[in-house]
Write a protein that binds this ligand. Structure first.
Ligand code: F3S
Length: 746
């Protein structure tokens, strides 16, 4: 007999026991059908099948209908998700869900001389509370009404909070953020219908090497595309030598190789973490259930790579891409050869990737040695704690004091500079410079909007060493620093406790439990940032007749061309306002210009969104014509919502990026491809487009486009669609779409 294990401390009346029972029941059915050993990822995914008897199960092929245990959303993506939920008319969420306020808080850093008390987390948080008040009010009141737990600004970063409170071995979670797989550190699985890549870990990390180096090395091997469509499952004798939070770091950054998710099987380190975060019943239950929480003997992976951690040295990945792995011993040479600025201009640690107690302690152990020798950080050094619990614990244990003494600034418990929320006052835009971070992404301009900033990702302890040395060619394993007394010191390898010896300090209570359906959701009708959604007009059941071509786009048209980011992000919760950026980056094939198309009703040229609005007001349907790989880039849902909102009916292109195509379907638009790509040239910018065959839409059967030129002559050609049976009958629960639409690019 094992005790009942609650799903989390804030959901005391729901039990993991019931979930495990369901997994066991489903696996019995699946094992009979497949009759082969299963990987751990397969056990968790198949253990959540909606219909284990009837579901087609071909690894890496089948779309799976799954029943997840949890949903987690961050504040940037939650706005539209919650607005859509409200528009659905459902009274409460069916799956336990939470909202996390972490992306909208800006972190401020300054040159050494100006670093006074005015900086830091408190001040940044106060400002964010002012600037984002209406968004926070909306999310908190809607969360309360619809049964969604709300983590207030200052509570911390979504993935850290999930690991501390909600993740459990064997669970299935869907998140609206690309680093949701972080929860794989506690044996949890997020998302889809993937293949399984096995990573065999042997040996033991030593000296300056850390779990971050394992994933930086994997990224170097697999590249940013290598994990696409796959779950990366770790196995091997080395597993037990990595902390649970270290496994979280590895799973987190699996997103950088395109993996659907990454997972570790249940082990003692997870057990200890669950106990340390006040979830002992869950730890005991997982232990009793552990045969289902690891791979079967003899299971097969689609691909296997092996890493001997004993031979692993620190990896510094970058600049501009997370798969450019530079082993520490080669970094200086690589930098000189490539001309990367050697002078380090800032060091940033923390983020959802690396802000465990162990990370902070290892970083502080480096800082402490510098302090003892009278040395301070040469450059701005910022710390973003992943949660209020981490912040309070490292404050109590004296680590914050060490960071501040060495010249560091502790920012708010939020994403801050990782998501570009960085008020960087010490380096001007356009100036080439090098920064080192313990984050996961380092694309150009991500952190400080400066495309000339060379960002490198590595472990927090390496970042700390670089911030102290101020030099990218510094190798702490070999090079010495000069102390205040003129003596040379060699930094000793960092050390850190896996878990705080005195236990965690929870800090301030930052969680709001749902209130109930009687609560009122706060949305000011005059708001410029939030707008409740009204249902789109349903299809009239007829073929499309004589739609106008709003724009015939030429060349690359990514989701950024369709719905630009940057300043527009603040309108994510206001569909009508953000629609003013619709297709303003696309090149009009007719005149080679961006955001200039002819309004065919008035004969005058105007901006794309304005002309679309004019058509909508006139009740005139319109379509978009596009080139190759239309909608590539990200899963940005607004790129599909906006055309639907402004009256589009179909998007007809040479080829689609898959996720965007799915998003268009989900919003009720017709994504179509030319059966013969050369037909793209047949369509003139002022033609009228009819689409025949919609009333008998059948999977795999082409439709016919009839084009009418301004002179009245016509032409026709076949177009393909990829609607399957479920999508055509309008399966409203969306499960057949997979979960790709919720994986935002942030
Ligand atoms: Fe936030 Fe950066 Fe992680 S944006 S969720 S800290 S990747």
């Amino acid at each position: 007999g094992v005790d009942k294990a609650p799903m989390s401390r804030v959901e005391p009346d729901q039990y993991i026991n019931d979930r495990y029972q369901a997994i066991e029941d489903r696996l019995k059915v699946v094992r009979k059908r497949l009759n082969r050993p299963l990987t751990y990822a397969e056990k968790v995914v198949y253990g959540h099948l909606d219909d284990p008897e009837g579901q087609e199960i071909k690894r890496g092929v089948s779309y799976l209908n799954l029943r997840p245990d949890r949903v987690a959303m961050q504040d940037a993506t939650a706005q539209m998700a919650v607005l859509q939920f409200i528009a659905s008319g459902l009274p409460q969420t069916a799956v336990p869900s939470t909202i996390h306020c972490d992306h909208l808080i800006e972190g401020t850093t300054a040159p050494q001389a100006d670093r006074a008390n005015a900086f830091g987390g408190k001040a940044d948080l106060e400002l964010a509370n002012k600037q984002n008040k209406e968004v926070y009010d909306f999310l908190s009141t809607a969360g309360s009404k619809y049964g969604i737990g709300f983590w207030k600004p200052g509570s911390g970063i979504i993935h850290q909070i999930v690991l501390e409170n909600y993740a459990f071995p064997g669970g299935l979670m869907i998140g609206t953020d690309s680093h949701t797989p972080n929860a794989g550190g506690l044996g949890m699985c997020a998302i889809g219908a993937p293949k399984v890549i096995g990573v065999k870990l042997t040996g033991k990390l030593s000296a300056w090497a850390s779990p971050k180096d394992v994933i930086c090395k994997v990224a170097g091997i697999l590249t940013v595309k290598g994990g696409t469509g796959a779950i990366v499952e770790y196995f091997g004798p080395g597993l037990d030598n990595i902390s649970c939070t270290g496994m979280g770091t590895i799973c987190n950054m699996g997103a950088e190789i395109g993996a659907t998710t990454s997972m570790f099987p249940f082990n003692r380190r997870m057990y200890d973490y669950l106990v340390a975060t006040a979830r002992e019943p869950a730890a005991k239950l997982a232990e009793a259930f552990s045969e289902h929480l690891r791979a079967d003997e003899g299971c097969e992976y689609d691909q296997v790579i092996e890493i001997n951690m004993s031979e692993l040295e620190p990896q510094i990945n970058g600049p501009f891409t997370p798969d450019l792995a530079n082993p520490l011993s080669q970094l200086a040479d690589n930098a000189r050869r490539e001309g990367w600025p050697l002078e380090v201009s800032a060091g940033l640690i923390g983020s959802c990737t690396n802000s465990s107690y162990e990370d902070m302690m290892r970083a502080a152990s480096v800082a402490k040695q510098a302090l003892a020798a009278g040395i301070k950080a040469k450059v701005p050094f910022a710390i973003s704690p992943g949660s209020e619990q981490i912040r309070a614990t490292i404050e109590r244990d004296g680590l914050i004091e060490i960071f501040e003494k060495v010249g560091g600034t502790v920012l708010a418990n939020a994403c801050g500079p990782c998501i570009g929320q960085w008020k960087r006052t010490e380096v001007a835009k356009g100036v080439p410079n090098t920064i080192v971070t313990s984050f996961n992404r380092n694309f150009a301009a991500r952190n400080d909007a400066n495309p000339a900033t060379h960002a490198f990702v590595t472990s927090p302890e390496m970042v700390t060493a670089f911030a102290i040395a101020g030099d990218l060619s510094f190798n702490p394993e070999r090079d010495t620093l000069v102390g205040a007394d003129g003596k040379e010191i060699l930094l000793q390898p960092p050390h850190g406790d896996e878990l705080p010896p005195r236990g965690f300090d929870p800090g301030e209570e930052t969680y709001q439990a749902p209130g109930g359906h009687a609560a009122t959701v706060k949305v000011d009708p005059a708001s410029q940032r939030l707008q409740l959604l009204t249902p789109f007009q349903p299809w009239d059941g007829r073929d499309l007749e004589e739609a106008l071509v709003l724009i015939k786009a030429k060349g690359k048209c990514t989701t950024d061309h369709i719905s630009m980011a940057g300043p527009w992000l603040k309108y994510r919760g206001h569909l009508d306002n953000i629609s003013n950026n619709m297709l303003i980056g696309a090149v009009n094939a007719e005149n080679g210009k961006v955001n200039s198309v002819k309004n065919q009703l008035s004969g005058e040229y105007g901006g794309v969104p304005d002309v679309a609005r004019a058509y909508k007001a006139a009740g005139q349907p319109w379509v978009v014509i596009g080139d190759e790989n239309y909608g590539e880039g990200s899963s940005r849902e607004h790129a599909a919502l906006e055309p639907r909102h402004l009256g589009a009916r179909a998007v007809l292109v040479k080829s689609f990026a898959r996720i965007h195509e799915t998003n268009l379907k989900k919003q009720g638009l017709l994504p179509l491809t030319f059966a013969n790509p050369a037909d793209y040239d047949k369509v003139g910018p002022f033609d009228r487009i009819s689409i025949k065959g919609l009333t008998s839409l059948t999977p795999g059967k082409p439709l016919t486009v009839v084009g009418k030129r301004p002179d009245g002559t016509t032409y026709d050609f076949p177009v393909n669609h990829t609607f399957n049976d479920n999508q055509i009958v309008g399966d409203s629960d969306m499960e057949d779409y997979g979960f790709e639409y919720s994986d935002e690019e942030l």
